[in-house]
Design a protein around this ligand. Structure first.
Ligand code: PEP
Ligand code: MG
Length: 551
């Protein structure tokens, strides 16, 4: 047995033969008296080809691994034309009269060394990107195609280090896991492996060698361990973990594409919570049926000044179109309390959770609200957007929100800008006041979504930020659950749907209570979708009881 220790960068256990990645061998042409002008033209053609390849790769990445992976190749396309990088090639041609291949390699080496010498681990990891881009241009100059996996069975792919484009171009159905000598948790290969759910270990150093090619191995992306031809005890431990994981995976895979319906035919909408457009990839990978809470404040928290209508429109449109007609509930700005944004210059408050936050800020600052509503309505033309208002306590607030919506729709009509007039409007139920006036609220809107995090905080008078309240902060408290029931009854009386988008929604133990209460939708973290689906499909709604509501 050979036991190696690296750094686990993507979770999971994999078992299979090791396959050493073969890079397309290229010996670049050397020249002593090349004509700089001819070589410059060759470089220009190879760059153009590289950009076209990278655009295709970005497209493929977007489909397979989401926007974050696609951005990587868009960045590579920018590197191809980076002024300093290209200048470095041109100078080499003019001064050394070398071949185009040598000039590109030289520029690549110089830039990679510069990045690798930086203090910042993220920038160091970018050296691999420059090497990747350089290899691509050189390969294009020499007409070399990228390397692949020549194996009939799936393998654990081993390499010194893998360039992101190499990772993406490989046939995923043949890869059980990645192990590399170099690399880091920040490398894009690690990021891609995580997004694709493939176990990966990096930093194995020289202990990983080409002689291991073809040998049977187990890898554990949680612990960073690699065992080649393990002894009986090690094998037992790896196999037990592998088995549990396989059973779980099979069960979850089998849940994809299945309906969220109980044995006795009660439908539940199983949606996801997201914080940015990049999270849509996880929603799709976990087969979420929609987005029940898009916390739009990420746009404001990430910016140093108010995000423009255009910026917001682009983000909302990206999510709406990526979800292809499935419902996307976007919550209007919910800052204040624990989410502070400097440029809003909010007054310091003694009790910020009870202060000017969320909808109160929007109603106090109509211009900020109008910008967001315009972006939301414009995005509604590209999918099934629903707008949700947070921290509602009074009916007049909702009426004012609706007037603001009407005004924005009238503006867009006048400008001839397309939008969906039937865009649903909903409110978050997360204050005790909203429970007590739920019947009136329900008559004003298309849906309710219960924010159990804040509802627990305000109902139990327990600061959700404080970590020393322990058992006093209890989302299972009968008071919270009865509040849920009151909201659900009010919603159904008015003929609208009600969901839960707070953390409690993902609590498997609570599912039967939610079914008994009559909750229609659960919006949870993407990874919570399939376990919930498995449980929903085994439940019988009519036998579920309200037992937990009794104290
Ligand atoms: C909630 O309060 O339960 C909720 C979903 O909103 P947030 O956690 O963003 O306040
Ligand atoms: Mg909340």
């Amino acid at each position: 047995m050979i036991l190696m220790q690296g750094k686990g960068v993507s979770k999971g256990v994999a078992h299979g033969p090791i396959y050493f990645f073969r890079r397309a061998e290229a010996v670049s042409a050397r020249a002593q008296n090349a004509d700089p002008e001819t070589e410059k033209q060759r470089i220009a053609a190879a760059q153009e080809q590289a950009i076209a390849q990278l655009e295709q790769l970005a497209e493929k990445a977007r489909e397979e691994a989401g926007d974050e992976a696609a951005v990587l190749f868009e960045t590579h396309a920018m590197f191809v034309e980076d002024e300093d990088y290209v200048d470095c090639m041109m100078t080499a041609l003019d001064e050394r009269h070398c071949s185009a291949e040598e000039a590109v390699e030289l520029a690549g080496k110089e830039f990679a060394a510069m990045l690798a010498a930086m203090d910042d681990a993220y920038m160091q990891a970018r050296a691999a990107d420059i090497q990747d881009v350089t290899r691509r241009i050189v390969n294009n100059l020499m007409g070399v195609a990228e390397g692949g996996i020549e194996s009939d069975v799936p393998v654990i792919l081993a390499a010194d280090d893998l360039a992101p484009s190499e990772t993406l171009q490989l046939d995923k159905s043949k890869i059980l896991g990645f192990i590399t000598q170099g690399g880091s948790g920040n490398s894009h290969t690690a990021i891609l492996a995580r997004t694709m759910g493939i176990p990966a270990i990096c930093g194995l150093g020289e202990s990983l060698s080409a002689e291991m090619n073809g040998r049977d191995a187990y890898i554990d992306g949680d612990t960073g361990q690699v065992a080649i031809e393990p002894d009986e005890i090690t094998l037992g431990a790896f196999q037990a973990k592998f088995e549990t994981q396989r059973e779980m995976k099979e069960l979850m895979e089998a849940m994809k594409g299945q309906k969220d319906v109980t044995l006795d035919g009660r439908d539940m909408m199983l949606y996801c919570n997201i914080g940015s457009p990049e999270d849509v990839a996880a929603v799709q990978a976990n087969d979420g049926q929609g987005i029940g809470l898009f916390r739009s404040e990420f746009l404001y928290l990430a910016a140093s000044d108010y995000p423009s209508e255009e910026e917001q429109f682009r983000a909302y449109k990206a999510v709406a179109s990526a979800m292809g007609g499935k419902r996307v509930v976007i919550r209007t700005l919910d800052i204040g309390a624990d989410k502070q944004v400097d440029y809003f210059k909010l007054q310091k408050e003694e009790n910020p959770a009870l202060g000017v936050r969320a909808i109160r800020i929007c109603l106090n600052r109509p211009e900020v609200f109008r910008t967001q509503l315009r972006a939301l309505y414009r995005a509604s033309a590209y999918g099934k957007v629903a707008i949700m208002f947070p921290m509602i306590t009074s009916v007049w607030e909702v009426k004012e929100c609706k007037r603001a919506c009407q005004k924005v729709m009238a503006e867009l009509d006048k400008e001839g800008v397309p939008y969906r007039r039937d865009t649903e409007i909903g409110v978050m139920i997360e204050t005790p006041a909203s429970i007590f006036v739920a019947e009136e609220l329900a008559r004003e809107v298309d849906f309710f979504s219960v924010g159990t995090n804040d509802l627990t905080q305000y109902t139990l008078a327990c600061d959700r930020q404080a970590n020393d309240l322990g058992k006093f902060f209890d989302p299972h408290h009968p008071a919270v659950l009865r509040a849920l029931k009151m909201a659900a009854d009010a919603a159904h009386k008015a003929g609208i749907w009600i969901g839960i988008c707070g953390e409690l929604g993902a609590d498997l133990e609570m599912l039967e209570t939610f079914l008994a209460i009559g909750i229609d939708e659960l919006s949870v973290a993407p990874t919570a979708v399939l376990p919930l689906r498995a449980k929903i499909r085994k439940s019988i709604a009519k036998t579920c009881t309200l037992e937990r509501l009794e104290s």
